[in-house]
Design a protein around this ligand. Structure first.
Ligand code: UTP
Length: 408
């Protein structure tokens, strides 16, 4: 892009300030900045001025989950259906590890966090150990796709390579990067993180399938014969991955997506809950749950919106291909964004200071016709590490790991 065209684009979106230091840059820095301006989608940034309009939901009604007793009664059948699919290579796993983990506050990728106490035990290692259980049961390796971002790709690959993938077969591990979006102040003005670099952050976990495609990895999916992708978050150290019972239940119930859910521990617990929205499966975020919905009861007198998602989904791959050209809703999230101040110094804020723009994997559910909410035992499968201490923290996850017999 030439300077004139960049200026026109910036003027159109009210972002001319990003050229403030242009004259001080070297030729290569100038080129890099112009290229970044060219590839950045600035049309979405103004959306932060009417955030509320983005959050509009349709008509919410309950969606029954498959509960533990039903799972127990059908366990053998689900297990054998699921294990067969895994043995036939029809199930792949996809780790969402492109997030910044700002709440945990470590500079390294979250998966590199050591949750061990008397020994080293990294988050990535916990996840791989969990996968190894199924690899052994099925006596086959499972393709593992790992999504990173520009911010943590190198560190993630270096770490896992040095650790020899914690015993996982590296031929079955495939990395790909998600796309980035600009990060702005509260007025929607893009921050600079260097004099010649717009501040960017990963574009949310909703872009995983298109990023997988953009990286050319759908070819691997297809040539391996993978029909189902188990997408999971990096931070839940207890979750079962490619769980044969879950896979079998989703297949047997003819659903195109399965979602692992836990029974909420309080009506106002901060998890997204499964529901129907305008008759299609959906997830309503905890802050969108009105008092009326929170207190609604089903036919059995139980809370009607009682199952929260844990970010472990099993997607039927061919259904996702149909969605590739569509778009997902935009979420505008307050974050701590490093930026250059007026004096050109880099500031790492302690408190949120602006917005990042994300699409979320949970919104993919609403674009699909059928979803099986599949209950798992919370203390066995839900130990997310979002913070250092308190709720959903290193501390709470350590306690659950120990409760499940993991030596720390
Ligand atoms: P979170 O919502 O916890 O976000 O991600 P985060 O960025 O990791 O952490 P905070 O909010 O800054 O503290 C849930 C899952 O989605 C992945 C994360 O890596 C995690 O596995 N994720 C999130 C991505 O892969 N890409 C993103 O852009 C955002």
């Amino acid at each position: 892009m030439i300077l004139e065209a960049a200026k026109q684009k910036l003027e159109k979106y009210g972002q001319e300030h990003v050229l403030k230091y242009y004259d001080e840059l070297s030729d290569s820095e100038k080129d890099a900045l112009l290229a970044q301006i060219e590839e950045t989608d600035m049309s979405i940034l103004a959306a932060c001025k009417n955030k509320e309009a983005l959050a509009k939901k349709g008509v919410i009604t309950p969606l029954a989950a498959m509960e533990l007793d039903e799972i127990e009664a059908n366990k053998e059948s689900f297990f054998s259906t699921g294990l067969k699919a895994i043995k036939e290579g029809k199930v792949g796993a996809l780790l969402l590890a492109g997030g910044m983990g700002t709440r945990l506050g470590s500079d390294d990728p979250k998966g590199m966090y050591n949750v061990g106490i008397t020994r080293e035990l990294y988050i990535f290692e916990c996840l791989i150990n969990n996968m190894m259980d199924v690899v052994k049961q099925a006596d086959t390796w499972i393709h593992l796709f790992i999504m990173t971002s520009d911010k943590n790709n190198e560190a993630t690959i270096k770490f896992l390579t040095e650790k020899e993938f914690f015993g996982y077969n590296k031929e079955y591990v495939h990395f790909f990067k998600q796309e980035m979006t600009a990060a702005t102040d509260y007025e929607g003005k893009i921050y600079l993180e260097e004099k010649g670099k717009l501040s960017t952050s990963p574009n949310g976990n909703g872009g995983w399938f298109s990023s997988l495609r953009n990286a050319g990895l759908l070819d691997v999916v297809k040539s391996a014969g993978i029909e189902w992708l188990n997408v999971f978050a990096v931070d839940n150290v207890c979750q079962r991955i490619a769980d044969p019972v879950f896979v079998g239940a989703t297949i047997e119930r003819n659903c195109v997506v399965g979602a692992k859910v836990v029974r909420k521990n309080a009506p106002d617990e901060k998890v997204g809950v499964m529901c129907l929205e305008d008759g299609k499966p959906s997830i309503v975020e905890y802050y969108e749950l009105t008092d009326e919905l929170m207190n609604a009861k089903d036919a059995k007198g139980e809370p009607a919106y009682n199952f929260g998602v844990i970010l472990n989904y099993l997607f039927k791959e061919e259904e996702l291909e149909k969605l590739l050209d569509g778009s997902l809703p935009l979420h505008i999230v307050e974050k701590k964004i490093p930026y250059l101040n007026e004096a050109g110094e880099l500031i790492k804020p302690e408190e949120p200071n602006g917005y990042k723009f994300e699409s979320l994997v949970l919104d993919m559910i609403h674009q699909l016709d059928t979803c099986l909410p599949f209950e798992v035992v919370r203390n066995k499968e839900f130990a997310p590490i979002k913070n250092k201490t308190g709720i959903d923290s290193v501390e709470s996850a350590r306690a659950l790991l120990q409760e499940n017999g993991v030596i720390l």
